[in-house]
Write a protein that binds this ligand. Structure first.
Ligand code: ADP
Ligand code: MG
Length: 348
């Protein structure tokens, strides 16, 4: 698989998603970037902005919507949606041992984590213990039930493992916000805002006006899991990061740290870690491939900078309160982080 072939197939996927989810071209491209960089995604936005639909559309386009495949005696589903609620248990995600009275033995019942694409919907509504079960599986790409450990990713068999979680940023009763240390497990946090213009919003209503089913249901497969695995590998192997890009990324990451670059303190309480820098490069490589390039450029780094770093930085509290006093609570947070990263970029 060469980079040109990855780009043309990715363009087909993006175009198909854009035909049923209007106004989110940039977000869709970032989503695909994460998939091809083999990283998980957190989608943040208020209810009703098509977060869930976006993920379903992607599953459909990869031929995974009602797909099942047995690998090493384990049946994997193409796509599973897990609605997170306060009473969801860790075993509702991973699975558990259940007693079979006919042969008087415990047998594993595998949970919905045994899928190619897992949609963890409204992740902040489950208790921390349940969230951890998912985050641990994401990190380790395996899960243990009883005394057996099962891999969730089988690259040689074309099985990838992609978790998308959604979260509503407006704090409600009985929600458990993910702590920063855990947010770090997501390659990107993609913010899904309201439709960008009046015209786009009107087109959304037009699209739905004369039908009873969801437009994404009409989509058909354009790629498959093997394409995902091969693209991930080709990107990791072929897309190059030059010395000047490496220097740029390192400066960016270091300059978010108030201990190192004092002016950063007016935006951030806590800066980015080396893990964040690694993520930035990995995401930028996939982003470059989506441009059809085998060489990471500054534009690739800049395009993924906000989505890769925004959930890993702790904003300066006083500055946040100041911005909040002028407008919406969660919008203030995004605005401060955006401003801070813009400042860091310009400082180089
Ligand atoms: N930008 C958009 N383009 C097309 N349909 C949209 C858009 N925004 C919302 N919708 C429609 O609105 C409904 C809500 O979407 P949903 O995916 O359930 O939202 P969320 O998961 O963000 O709460 C769906 O019927 C979806 O198709
Ligand atoms: Mg939803």
């Amino acid at each position: 698989m060469d980079i040109e072939a990855i780009k043309s197939k990715a363009d087909e996927v993006i175009k198909a998603v854009d035909s049923v989810i209007l106004g989110y071209d940039a977000e869709v491209k970032l989503l695909l970037t994460c998939l091809l960089a083999n990283g998980h995604v957190l989608l943040e936005g208020v209810p009703g902005v098509a977060k869930t639909t976006l993920i379903r559309a992607l599953a459909k386009l990869l031929g995974l919507y009602q797909y099942r495949r047995e690998l090493n005696g384990v049946v994997f589903r193409g796509f599973s949606r897990i609605q997170f609620t306060p009473d969801l248990m860790p075993s509702d995600i991973t699975g558990s041992l259940i007693f079979n009275p006919s042969n008087r033995a415990f047998e594993p019942k595998l949970g919905p984590i045994f899928s190619y694409i897992v949609l963890a919907d409204e992740i902040n509504r489950a208790v921390p213990r349940t969230q951890s079960a998912l985050l641990q599986a994401m990190q380790e790409r395996e899960v243990t039930i009883g005394d057996r450990t099962y891999p969730l990713e089988l690259r040689d068999k074309g099985k990838f493992f992609f978790v998308l979680a959604t979260q509503n940023p407006v704090e409600q009763e009985a929600t458990y916000p993910l702590p920063e240390a855990q947010l770090d497990r997501f390659l990107m946090r993609i913010i899904v805002e309201y439709p960008p213009t009046l015209e786009v919003e009107k087109n959304i209503y037009r699209l739905h006006m004369d039908r009873l089913t969801e437009p994404f249901e009409d989509l058909t497969r354009v790629a498959d899991p093997k394409w995902v695995i091969e693209s991930q590998e080709a990107i990791a192997r072929c897309v190059r990061v030059g010395e000047d890009i490496l220097e740029y990324v390192t400066m960016l990451v270091r300059n978010t740290r108030p201990e190192i670059f004092e002016p950063a303190a007016s935006y951030f309480e806590l800066g980015a870690s080396p893990r964040a820098g690694i993520a930035l490069i990995r995401a930028a490589k996939a982003y470059a491939a989506l441009r059809g390039s085998e060489e990471v450029e500054i534009v690739d780094i800049d395009s993924v900078l906000f989505p890769v770093l925004n959930h890993r930085l702790i904003p300066n509290f006083e500055k946040l309160v100041e911005i909040e006093s002028k407008g919406g609570r969660f919008l203030a947070r995004y605005r401060l982080l955006r401003e801070g990263l813009k400042y860091i970029r310009e400082s180089i």
